[in-house]
Design a protein around this ligand. Structure first.
Ligand SMILES: Nc1ncnc2c1ncn2[C@@H]1O[C@H](COP(=O)(O)OP(=O)(O)OP(=O)(O)O)[C@@H](O)[C@H]1O
Ligand SMILES: [Mg+2]
Length: 230
């Protein structure tokens, strides 16, 4: 059973150019259940990516805690957080973070280098299936030559490769046309329905409409109460 992922009174500040601190997250409480698709919405700069990065253990909050069951991410050191993320989180970054020179399949297979749990052949087959499901053209060549929408779908295939219990997607449909956006939104919902915890930052109403929970941030604060659909 996948534990609940929780943010408890999370606060994060960043240094600003003038030597002061700006609060990116302020007293954020949130609870993400396995089997559910949650979306995080809000204006640009409201802290959505920062919250996603805090939930993945990439950003360490200055205040509060990130809990995954009995694991308190805030007490882990960087190496422990990296290890936790590798085995628990699939992440689609807002800027994709693909390796430009590698092709779609090689990018999708990148997490395979860090696991011995499955055979290379099985992972290769899964990578090919995911890319086909998301409609990424099978031709090889550096991903730098793919469209942004195609790159975005490669990033999602990579995030799902190891079938992680938690999937965090930052604007995963932002570069997609209506058909592909719909396809990816439904793919994220299917991952949730398969029992995973799926959290998507989005401006996309198609994705929001499918969500079990919608969390709105404004200037680093949660402004809507959480609603869990039955
Ligand atoms: N590494 C950083 N250093 C300094 N300030 C940062 C850093 N990351 C984020 N911030 C600031 O924190 C605030 C929240 O940023 P964040 O990227 O989380 O917003 P967002 O809601 O994801 O915005 P967008 O919709 O534009 O992606 C912003 O004011 C941003 O400038
Ligand atoms: Mg962002």
């Amino acid at each position: 059973m996948i534990p609940t992922l929780e943010a408890v009174a999370v606060g994060t500040t960043f240094a600003d150019a003038g030597g002061g601190r700006i609060a990116a997250l302020d007293q954020v409480d949130a609870c993400f259940l396995p089997g559910q698709l949650s979306v995080i919405v809000g204006p640009s700069g409201s802290g959505k990516s920062t919250l996603l990065h805090a939930l993945a253990g990439i950003v360490v909050p200055d205040a509060g805690r990130i809990l995954f069951g009995s694991t308190d991410l805030s007490t882990l050191n960087e190496g422990q957080r990296d290890a936790w993320r590798l085995t628990h989180c699939g992440m689609v970054f807002q800027d994709f973070r693909l390796i430009d020179e590698l092709d779609a399949l090689a990018n999708t297979l990148l997490p395979a280098q860090f696991t011995r749990l499955r055979t290379p052949a099985a992972l290769r087959q899964r990578a090919q299936l995911l890319l086909a499901e998301f409609g990424v053209p099978a031709r090889s060549g550096p991903v730098a030559r793919l469209s942004r929408g195609e790159q975005q779908r490669v990033a999602l295939a990579r995030a799902l490769l190891l079938d992680p219990p938690v999937v965090l997607a930052d604007e995963a449909t932002a570069s997609l046309d209506a058909d592909n956006g719909q396809r990816i939104a439904h793919a994220l919902l299917a991952v949730a329905r398969a029992g995973k915890t799926v959290i998507a930052v989005t401006h996309d109403d198609r994705l929001s409409a499918l969500a079990d929970q919608r969390l709105m941030l404004k200037t680093g604060r949660v402004v809507t109460p959480e609603v869990h659909r039955a």
